[in-house]
Ligand binder design. Structure first.
Ligand SMILES: O=C(O)CCC(=O)C(=O)O
Length: 284
């Protein structure tokens, strides 16, 4: 079992809302498709996010429709049975979260990783309940979830609001798969209901799965609270269940080129699970 860590504490990297990334880290991100940055936010900054995270994950934000769901089970699963709790677009529902400190610091890092105009495309809160071995996030490439755009670059940040390790289902990646020339086939996850064995569609399940290859080498990315992982849109990744007694809490935030985001919005794609989207539409 392979684990990746970053030995830098990161404590000297912040200057205001800027987090400085080294040329070596940028090279690693481009080659391997992922990066770990420690000490991304201070404890004081995290303390602002914690209550909002819990508010959403406890289902206290009204009228979210499918934006409050379980990524490991079909839509319609009762909240009490959620294992991998997902709250999409928190700052759309709560203006208090707009341009929060995480957004600002992640923006500074995205600007260093990509030339162009990085803008925040979407965000989500993800939480794995303790003792839920089935709270898995199926292996996928992010691009497989989205409409096809000409420019695809994406930097997806996952801020650990709790320590995240093997037992509570930390992120796992297959380094280098970001350089595969073709996107792999993705299909909606079959949860084994009435249509077991048949193709389910994305109205029943937002979750997509890919077939993994024998050559895929999984690397686990354990991180401490306050650190981030960053991955690109093509790397094969996912996460395992939570067999521990502590929650895994993650705040995901993705940055893409401004033009790409404008193109997504022009066809009504906002990353809300309530969007009505023609998934086959190609944006030129
Ligand atoms: O953090 C996880 O468990 C998976 C999240 C993920 O796949 C993503 O943000 O693209």
């Amino acid at each position: 079992m392979k684990k990746a860590t970053n030995d830098s504490s990161g404590s000297d990297r912040r200057n205001g809302a800027t987090y400085r990334i080294t040329p070596e880290e940028i090279r690693q991100y481009n080659e391997q498709g992922y990066l770990i940055l420690n000490g991304f936010l201070s404890e004081e900054e995290m303390a602002f996010l914690d209550p909002w995270f819990d508010h959403f994950v406890q289902g206290k934000e009204p009228n979210m429709g499918r934006d409050f769901c379980d990524m490991s089970q079909p839509y319609g699963t009762p909240m009490e049975q959620f294992r991998l709790v997902n709250a999409m677009l928190p700052s759309k529902y709560r203006p208090e979260l707009v341009n929060n400190i995480y957004h600002q610091v992640a923006q500074s890092a995205a600007d260093q990783l990509y030339e162009g105009t990085a803008v925040m495309d979407y965000e989500q809160f993800l939480a794995k309940r303790p003792g839920q071995a089935a709270a898995e996030f199926a292996m996928h490439q992010d691009l497989g979830y989205w409409p096809k755009t000409k420019n695809t670059w994406t930097a997806t940040f996952s801020l650990a609001l709790s320590d995240s390790g093997l037992e509570n289902g930390c992120l796992q990646v297959c380094p280098g798969t970001n350089h595969e020339p073709e996107l792999r086939n993705h299909k909606p996850k079959d949860f084994g209901g009435e249509g077991k064995g048949e193709q389910v569609n994305r109205d029943e399940s937002h979750t997509l799965v890919i077939e993994t290859k024998a050559t895929d080498e999984i690397v686990y990315l354990p991180v401490k609270r306050g650190s981030v992982t960053i991955h690109d849109e093509r790397i094969v990744h996912g996460s395992g269940g939570n067999t521990s007694s502590i929650w895994r809490k993650t705040y995901v935030m993705a940055f893409r080129d401004r033009e790409t985001v404008d193109q997504e919005r022009a066809i009504g794609f906002t990353h809300s699970h309530n969007d009505e989207v023609n998934w086959d539409e190609i944006i030129h």
